[in-house]
Design a protein around this ligand. Structure first.
Ligand code: AMP
Ligand code: MG
Length: 489
């Protein structure tokens, strides 16, 4: 049986950073899926473990020796409203391990019962959200986007009560850390500058060691987190991802995508698209995400002001400059990614307009985001215009746009094949489409996990067109579209 070489650095922080929390016993744990490749990456040797042993560990029934067993404290702005105490209400940090590459990783049980931060919640997770998080977080990884990972999914053998009775499950989540903007806000709300300093130093040592010893490390930390978030959100937009609940407690300072609640990918392109049932005003709509990230970063910068320059005005000015820098970095990264998606090399003034006019035609035509870019790659590789036009309700608009695009790529010295290959490396063929996730969840609720397994397999090579998984490249028929997603609560 594997031994976890835990090294729980977060637990060595002051006691007010967390509360002890033990997993509740699960009546009849049953393994749904174990991520053996990730386990290896984490230096965990489970080669000889049986499914029963794995289910016992990753339901929380059999807590390994040396586990931290704590719930982390945090606060957060939820839809713009500040809540001074949230914390891990349905998550328990099992502990930290150092992986094969020397990187520290958190292992956390999500849905293993109440903690001191559960408030009125039951600390449990239902099967549906566990399967969704497993699929989408692993798909993000395969897409090459920074993300928390899924190590295991286990049925608890117990029901959880939501609107109806649902099977309970536990997701084991792996993250480079679970420290959120809201973790800083927890201490800022209490005027606890000492804790903010300890937390900031911990984050720098853990995620941004290159900042150690700088003259203004805390200002540099704001800048560094902003840079990673700018990169992350630009990448989200480049694959049509909508996080759905970008509250400050759901934004990790590491720059990983975290908390896959009502998240979803675009089918037809619409920048105003919102899936989350609780996001009635569209605060977290697709195109709002960079603005929201910047707003969240402003909240982050505020928590660090007490640690910055002695003169308050100067600190505020410097923090504002960091936020302006976020805007610049995001825009540059977005443009870079979309240039590559369109197969443009070099930079021309008119590129932004060329990109935006394609997006506008897609919106007018309800063109599928993923399929359109994939089709454009084929056209770049020598396929005829109808391949792209087929994605548009109005093929004339697509044809006009293609003429402009051809003029732009005229001087490109690459062969058509080379251009197509470069485009296909950023334009996925397979994404976790909402209706497919829903299908996997429904089958899972009926006790059949083969649909989940197959979808998971298809999502492992998102940039390849594998004949066996061709069906996953299809967009939903209008009546198959899933327009609403729900949080795991
Ligand atoms: P979320 O919006 O899912 O990120 O969760 C927001 C807050 O609600 C966090 O503090 C969670 O720990 C807490 N929470 C969500 N679901 C539950 C649950 N079933 N039991 C207890 N706390 C929960
Ligand atoms: Mg959360």
């Amino acid at each position: 049986m594997a031994v976890f070489a835990f090294d729980n650095s977060y637990q060595r922080l002051p006691e007010r950073f967390y509360r002890p929390a033990s997993p509740a016993a699960a009546r009849a744990p049953r393994l749904i899926r174990f991520n053996a490749a990730l386990a290896e990456e984490l230096n965990l040797d489970f080669a000889r473990a049986s499914d029963e042993e794995l289910a016992a560990i990753f339901s929380g029934n059999s807590l390994p020796e040396g586990a931290a067993a704590i719930a982390m404290a945090y606060a957060g702005h939820q839809f713009g409203n500040f809540v001074p105490q949230l914390g891990d209400g349905r998550a328990i940090l099992m502990g930290e391990v150092v992986d094969r590459d020397g990187q520290r990783r958190d292992i956390q049980l999500k849905g293993a019962g109440v903690t001191p931060f559960s408030r009125n919640g039951d600390g449990r997770a239902a099967l549906g959200p566990v399967l969704r998080e497993y699929l989408v977080s692993e798909a993000m990884q395969a897409l090459g986007i920074p993300t928390t990972r899924a190590l295991a999914a286990v049925l608890t053998g117990e029901a959880v009560h939501r609107e109806t009775k649902l099977p309970g499950a536990v997701l084991t989540r792996v993250a480079s850390s679970h420290i959120r903007i809201g973790t800083f806000q927890f201490f800022a709300a209490r005027g606890d500058d000492e804790a903010i300093k300890a937390l900031a130093d911990h984050v720098i040592a853990r995620h941004y060691p290159e900042l150690e010893g700088l003259e203004q490390p805390y200002l540099a930390l704001v800048n560094a987190v902003a840079a990673r978030q700018a990169d992350l959100v630009a990448r989200w937009l480049s694959v049509g991802f909508i996080h759905g609940v970008m509250n400050t407690d759901n934004m990790a300072v590491s720059g990983e995508t975290i908390d896959f609640g009502p998240c979803a990918f675009l089918d037809e392109y619409d920048p105003r698209k919102v899936f989350s049932s609780i996001d009635q005003r569209g605060r977290y709509a697709y195109a709002n995400q960079p603005g929201i990230a910047q707003w969240n970063l402003a909240r982050f910068a505020e928590t660090l002001l007490p640690l910055m320059a002695a003169r308050e005005e100067e600190s505020v000015e410097a923090a504002n400059a960091a936020l302006t820098e976020f805007g610049r970095l995001f825009q540059a990264r977005w443009l870079d990614l979309f240039r590559t998606k369109l197969g443009l090399v070099g930079e021309e003034e008119a590129d932004l307009d060329l990109i935006n006019s394609l997006l506008k035609s897609m919106q007018d035509s309800e063109a599928d985001f993923t399929r359109t870019f994939r089709a454009l790659g084929k056209v770049a590789g020598g396929a005829g215009d109808p391949v792209l036009e087929a994605e548009f309700a109005d093929p004339i608009g697509a044809g006009d746009w293609l003429r402009r695009w051809r003029l732009r790529i005229e001087d490109d010295l690459r062969t058509p094949e080379e251009r197509q290959v470069a485009m296909e490396a950023v334009n996925p063929a397979v994404i976790p489409r909402n209706h497919r996730i829903e299908e996997a969840i429904q089958a899972g609720l009926a006790g059949d996990f083969t649909v989940f397994e197959r979808l998971h397999a298809a999502l492992q090579s998102p940039y390849a067109e594998i004949p066996e998984f061709a069906a996953y490249q299809e967009k939903p028929a209008v009546e198959e579209r899933v327009e609403r997603t729900f949080c795991g609560t």
